[in-house]
Design a protein around this ligand. Structure first.
Ligand SMILES: Nc1nc2c(ncn2[C@@H]2O[C@H](COP(=O)(O)OP(=O)(O)OP(=O)(O)O)[C@@H](O)[C@H]2O)c(=O)[nH]1
Ligand SMILES: [Mg+2]
Length: 426
């Protein structure tokens, strides 16, 4: 089944907690801290897969969670990292923010990877928090939560040529004889209910991708017929092959058809106007009025687009159509971008840190504090000095002093309780 729009919820794995553990050895009375680090949580990664052409799998299964990291253990044992969860998606899959509809990522190449939700970092074990002041830290860092989010996955097919035209004009027939695709063909409207892709081999080393875009009729942009459903798949096509039934086998005038379909395309998006087109007059094996043929030639001239006369039954003109499309494509930029707007994240201006005194307790909170704590290895002299210098540099010490801190007071730095005893500045 062809599914091109789904909503999924993803949650990356949580980082394992760092371990609080102390060495226990016979005859060693007070062993030092030896709690190892927690493993990082697994991430959720989208990966472009050229063998997929639908998002169907995500329709019935919409919640994805990656494995958490294992907690650290004593004897400096690190927890195992959680496994990444790889979600294969068809080429042309956009990741969108459900609120803004902005594009967060666009996966167009086979093997291309996008980290949709990053696994949480594992916490550091207390083995890192050994210092001269704090010989036996009863502290280990907890693991961080994995990212979680809800996004839309929207497939906008990537094709070089898009076949458009009224129902029954022979789009699927042309796709089937030009490419490797095996679409259903029948003499009724809306035989094709979803877009089909095929690869056209022009000659050795030269090929292009062609798509049959079904369901376009007057009013499509307002939902008539298959409606807007498939218009999104024309966005990325570099060239439109507009198929006309030149035999008027259903009593409609192909020139009027042409204008109606173009109006729908423009209604969908004004940029459609800029897409290069070629005209394909199909069913030339049937009775064709000379007058109509002249009018269609005139139309092609006015529009300054190539016109190909073909028959899907006798296959007359098919080879020149294939070469004609190839040649036209050579002059069209290889641009597969869509008409979507890019995602503009709203960045909240949060302070880097906040220094407070509440009920006599001093506290420093915020991303800066968490980061600095995470980076610091209290076992290491240099690292400790760096930590302290940053407290001076950022004005944290000054702020604490203005709040009345004294040597020996307890300070909660992120989630690490420490004693205020600044060493002499180097
Ligand atoms: N005589 C003749 N019949 C054709 C030609 N091309 C297609 N047909 C017939 O026209 C009918 C419709 O062909 P399709 O290829 O299914 O048309 P379509 O444009 O894909 O139609 P939808 O999927 O309904 O939009 C079928 O009965 C085909 O056999 C042609 O060149 N000559
Ligand atoms: Mg069809």
């Amino acid at each position: 089944m062809f599914i091109d729009l789904v909503k999924i919820y993803v949650k990356a794995g949580r980082g394992g907690d760092g371990s609080t553990s102390f060495r226990r050895e016979k005859y060693v009375p007070a062993g030092g801290p030896d709690g190892g680090d927690g493993g990082d949580g697994g991430s959720i990664i989208l990966k472009g897969d050229s063998s997929l052409h639908t998002l169907m799998d995500y329709r019935y299964h919409s919640i994805y969670k990656a494995e958490s990291g294992e907690n650290g253990r004593g004897r400096k044992q690190f927890g195992k990292r959680g496994q990444d969860l790889i979600l294969p998606v068809p080429l042309g899959t956009l990741v969108k923010d459900p609120e803004t509809q902005g594009v967060i990522a666009d996966i167009c190449e086979a093997g291309a990877e996008y980290v949709l939700a990053k696994g949480g970092l594992g916490g550091k074990g207390n083995v890192h928090y050994k210092s001269s002041i704090r010989q036996a830290p009863r502290f280990a860092q907890p693991g961080q939560n994995g990212e979680e989010k809800t996004v839309y996955l929207e497939l906008k097919m990537i094709a070089d040529v898009g076949l458009v035209g009224y129902p029954n004009v022979g789009k699927s027939t042309l796709l089937s004889i030009m490419s490797n695709a095996k679409p259903k063909i029948a003499n009724y409207h809306f035989t094709t209910l979803s877009p089909n892709l095929g690869v056209v081999q022009v000659e050795e080393g030269k090929s292009f991708v062609i798509a049959d875009i079904p369901g376009l009729i007057e009013g499509a942009s307002e939902g008539v017929g298959l409606g807007l459903e498939f218009l999104r798949h024309i966005e990325r096509t570099r060239l439109i092959a507009h198929v006309l039934d030149i035999s008027e086998s259903e009593g409609r005038n192909p020139i009027e058809d042409y204008h109606r379909i173009n109006a729908e395309l423009e209604q969908y998006h004004l940029k459609m106007k800029n897409k290069p087109q070629v005209l394909v007059a199909n069913k030339t094996d049937l009775n064709v009025s000379d007058e109509l043929l002249k009018d269609v030639e005139e139309l092609a001239k006015t529009l300054n687009v190539p016109l190909f006369r073909v028959s899907g039954v006798t296959r007359e003109g098919i080879q020149s159509l294939i070469y004609g499309l190839w040649n036209t494509l050579e002059s069209v930029e290889k641009d597969y971008s869509t008409y979507d707007e890019d995602y503009v994240p709203i960045i909240e201006e949060l302070p880097e840190f906040v220094v407070t005194k509440e009920d006599g307790y001093f506290s420093i909170q915020g991303p800066f504090a968490e980061n600095l704590l995470y980076k610091t290895n209290f076992e290491d002299y240099e690292s400790r000095i760096y930590f302290q210098n940053m407290l001076y540099k950022k004005g944290i010490v000054a702020q604490l002093e203005s709040l009345g801190i004294k040597q020996g007071d307890t300070v909660l730095f992120a989630d690490y309780e420490m004693e205020f005893s600044p060493e002499e500045e180097e």
